[in-house]
Design a protein around this ligand. Structure first.
Ligand code: INI
Length: 158
């Protein structure tokens, strides 16, 4: 057991650059996710100058913006924040599915950590719970994952 080398990330990436891609749709929820993400980055030593916020209309548009950001090679990590709520759309499955699939594709094709902070819930209440109420803040959670993955990728490269 002692001969096994374990490679893992920590949450230290103070010099890294991050892009937050946030949707305007359901903005009353998404603004709390953005606040959670920025707070988490700052608490981990990331300077505001190394954080860019990119706004898109809705979750469907997030993959294209993320792809453009990744292609520019300016960022070490991308944090995608949005809210797709089933109650308010008959095409929930299409919007949520394309967003999820597209973001995963960007992450793999460009080898860049993409944090999935897009809520997919049945009701507005469930979204509120995950945006800073009793179920935590998924924007903060997604940001922690990106910090860990940025740190891990640096170790795997090094
Ligand atoms: N976009 C979201 O981010 N969340 C939703 O809940 C949503 N609903 O309900 O439809 C939504 N739709 C818009 C979509 O993402 C695109 O912006 C739109 O279809 C234009 O391409």
């Amino acid at each position: 057991m002692t001969d096994i080398r374990t490679l893992e990330g920590d949450f230290v990436a103070t010099d890294a650059r991050f892009a937050i891609v946030a949707s305007r749709f359901n903005s009353f929820i998404v603004e709390s996710l953005i606040a959670g993400a920025i707070d988490t980055l700052r608490r981990h030593g990331v300077k505001d100058a190394n954080i860019d916020l990119v706004r898109v209309p809705g979750a469907f548009e997030m993959p294209l913006a993320a792809q453009q950001l990744a292609a520019g090679k300016r960022y070490d990590g991308i944090i995608a924040l949005g809210a797709v709520i089933r109650g308010s759309t008959p095409h929930f499955d299409y919007v949520a599915g394309e967003c999820t699939k597209g973001l995963a594709m960007v992450s793999l094709q460009h080898s860049i950590p993409v944090g999935f902070g897009v809520l997919t819930t049945d009701t507005i209440e469930q979204a509120v719970e995950r945006a800073g109420a009793k179920a935590g803040n998924k924007g903060a959670d997604a940001t922690l994952s990106v910090l860990e993955m940025v740190s891990l990728l640096r170790r795997l490269e090094g």
